[in-house]
Design a protein around this ligand. Sequence first.
Ligand code: NAD
Length: 372
Amino acid sequence: MTEAVDTVHVDLGARAYDVRIGRGLLGRAGAEISPLLKRKRVTVVTDETVGALHLSALREGLGDIAMTSLALPAGEGTKGWPEFSRTVEWLLAEKVERRDVVVALGGGVIGDLVGFAAAVLRRGVRFVQVPTSLLAQVDSSVGGKTGINSVHGKNLVGAFHQPSLVLADIDVLGTLPKRDFLAGYGEVVKYGLLGDAAFFEWLEKHGYALAGGDLAARQQAVQHSVMMKARIVERDETEEGERALLNLGHTFCHALESATGYSSRLLHGEGVAIGCALAFEVSQRLGLCSQEAPSRVRAHLKAMGMKCDLSDIPGDLPDADALIGLMGQDKKVVDGRLRFILARSIGEAFVADNVDTGVVRAVLTESLMNRR
Ligand code: NAD
């Protein structure tokens, strides 16, 4: 059982930073954040759920650093213009200066929104991510993608703005509802599927213990996921090429999130898991990977009690053509052609620009038929 804090350094030259992963990090936030501060004060933005559970521990951990805080409503609906502008105006009212540090305490919604607010506030202030959901710890807090949703689609407004520090406290995952934990696990599985077959195999063995609360397994999974993301981001910070692999499952996911109105019918990480299963199905239909690969992906997701098919989404869904139309709104559309991340095997994903829409339509139609 490891008690030590792991550090993954994200080597981006002038924008380099550490991701600290371990237990008890909230309680020592002051010592961790102090080196960044020019004056002893921080502004913290959180959501109401996370704030009620963890803000007081952060306040205590900050010691003699003064803190003011804003709690936004929890959930994806917050990640839009109204709460964004409220946050920016609040930070200005708090007189946050260019050299100050803003802290995002929460899941991916808070991290994305607050990171974007920090990017535009006074043309850019530094920010610290304190991710509290599994999804945020393994994915959204690292790599500098920040932003909000538009009525035209998800994450369509944003900026690349790297955090100055990430504190991933494994203990806070203890209060995460099981459904949110498993949604985050969808992103963990994604790393194995896109680039590390041995990690996927490790997850097949340890996933159950990890979901059950095994802290050492949780720390190891977060550390390994962050390391994989960091190495990819270092090679391709602004997604000119390789970073797109991190979007495995996301073209499907974004269409499904849009079709379900970004509601609790489908959480982002659940959409990613379903999207990964569909991407492997498409890959197999195109003769790119073995028949066994999509079955193995599904089997693991099912064993974990996760959604892995369109039939697992409650309520009605639009037909395959409408879903493909929603994919057209995705940022991953290049010159009107759909871009997918497909796979040659588990652990070997690649970017495919010329995907036969007919095969995608067939896979979606079949998956929708399973519902009836
Ligand atoms: P979220 O922030 O809405 O958190 C999920 C729920 O869990 C919320 O209700 C939140 O209040 C609650 N919660 C968070 N931590 C908790 C804790 N420790 N205890 C109890 N409850 C807790 O959503 P998420 O799943 O963390 O993130 C999804 C968002 O992340 C999406 O908007 C997605 O687009 C974005 N995302 C961004 C990137 C990126 O690179 N920037 C990558 C992946 C996902």
